[in-house]
Design a protein around this ligand. Sequence first.
Ligand code: UD1
Length: 351
Amino acid sequence: MRVVSIVGARPQFVKLAPMAKAFAAAGVEHLIIHTGQHYDAAMSDAFFRGFGIPDPYAHLGVGSGTHGSQTGSILAQLDPVLAEIEPDWVLAYGDTNSTIAGALSAVKMHIPLAHLEAGLRSHNRAMPEEHNRVLTDHAADLCLAPTEAAMISLEKEGLLGRSVLVGDVMVDVCLQTRDIVTANPVDAPWDGNDDFILATIHRAENTDDPKRLADILSTLARLDLPVVVPAHPRLIARAKEYGLSLEQGSLRAVNPLTYPQMVQLILKSRSVVTDSGGVQKEAFLLERPCTTLRQETEWVETLEGGWNILDPALSLVESSALRAAPQGTQLIPYGEGRAAHTVVSELLGRS
Ligand code: UD1
């Protein structure tokens, strides 16, 4: 069996890490196509090196652009590469422009398409990620769902016959990294013992409106603890464009973190404030309280027991960011950390 993974953005490299290992362990021929959507060393190379992911077979170097130009450029460049490789499966990850471009290219070339992290829904049609994930699920021959809730969404959309619950591959990598950094801490930009809040903001709905971004930054700047902000290139670019400081009040902007640094800082933090899907779930798995600056979450299980609180109006974060972790053990609804192996078995069983 020959599988091609199509990836391009940081969260996809995190999901690729356990998949690449699982394919290698099963003796499956696995090739990687990097679209180049994320190109900064800290957003891309650091993840390939840090996780020991093999070099991509092809790098499309697409870079930044509007949704149409970015997606279209990936799509146009993929055809000859996929024709050359002739894979048995294309594996698309998550919900980025690289995902939808990979999905379209595969189905139009009649190559079986599997979608990892299928069935997640925000039901917010203003989000580019929502279109990417819905369209990719409907194009896919196999929807690999991380949760029961995702399976229910797939069933509602008539996709149950092509769907299978595999668990979440991010659990595999998050819990392994937790054990590694707990045994051997890594150097990180916030090494002291001082209490702090970890915040990440990068979603278009929060960064691309000057008033909204100004409100978020000034709200975080007023919190009573230092707020460490690993700054995504989109956040840096928009803040600069709108003349907003990432160093005001409690804010402490730092460069994007490696994955072990991120896990270590989440573990050490009082709480997490974010608009990232992955970070919400990592906070949950690492048992830190989270405040999410969005109207909705695809990872609805994180809301149970008060681990994650949605605060689109920025009216709760002043207190919720300082709260202690909820009492009692939480359920792990995302699988036991063997999702990548389950994915490989499902693909092998269908080849
Ligand atoms: C993308 C995904 C989003 C995911 C996020 C993780 C889409 C539609 N969105 O958003 O779902 O949560 O990745 O990071 O695919 N830039 C750089 N260097 C880089 C990458 C980006 O400078 O290495 C800058 C560029 O100015 C670019 C901007 O960041 O215009 C945004 O990048 P883009 O590819 O549009 O998506 P993200 O906002 O990162």
